[in-house]
Design a protein around this ligand. Structure first.
Ligand SMILES: [Zn+2]
Length: 188
């Protein structure tokens, strides 16, 4: 008499030694790293090969100031190798010079919003230049105030402007969760 083999399920086994989630994550990470390295080396290759053709080398931008009008041009495009004075497109005269920045305030502190200054030395004028705002001397490649003053200025700015552009999404002035305003409808 044969035994009825009714209770034997289909052979379904879990692969016990298969690479677990940890191993899988690791190989994914390695693939990502390899892809990143490929991208980086591609960029480097393009940069090396394309030297001088166009990408950002034809002109650069800097902040310049007009020696006569005092007008500031932010990110003014300058042809590679062109020396100042550059021509002011508004007046047509070559009176644009590098704008130096003074980060001092009148009371001897630092600010993150500098005063832009035309330094006479750039125009071969043999005179010292002083900042019109704070009266300190301004020189070519004007140095920053001491680091601790700059840090203090950054802190002060953060305090003055609390979360102005903070993407942290603080709950301020939240809406009334109650919703409706019961007295708004006109009963009559
Ligand atoms: Zn100043």
């Amino acid at each position: 008499m044969a035994h009825p083999r009714t209770s034997t399920p289909a052979p379904e086994r879990d692969p016990p030694a298969a690479p677990g989630p940890e191993g899988r994550r690791r190989s994914a990470w390695m693939a990502a790293a390899a892809a990143a390295m490929l991208i980086v080396s591609g960029i480097l290759l393009v940069r090396t090969m394309g030297g001088g053709s166009d990408a950002g080398t034809a002109s650069r931008r800097r902040d310049v100031i007009d020696a006569e009008t005092g007008e500031l041009f932010r990110d003014f495009p300058i042809a590679e190798g062109a020396r100042f004075p550059w021509t002011n497109p508004k007046t047509g005269t070559p009176t644009l010079y590098p704008a130096e920045r003074c980060y001092w305030t009148r009371d001897g502190r630092a600010t993150l919003e500098p005063t832009f200054v035309f330094v006479k030395e750039y125009a071969d004028i043999d005179e010292d230049t002083t900042c019109p705002d704070c009266g300190r001397e301004v020189v070519p490649h004007n140095p920053l105030p001491p680091e601790e003053l700059m840090i203090e200025a950054a802190r002060a700015r953060g305090a003055r402007d609390p979360g102005g552009r903070d993407p942290g999404g603080r709950d301020r002035g939240g809406r009334d969760p109650g919703g409706g305003d019961p007295g708004s409808r006109d009963p009559g």
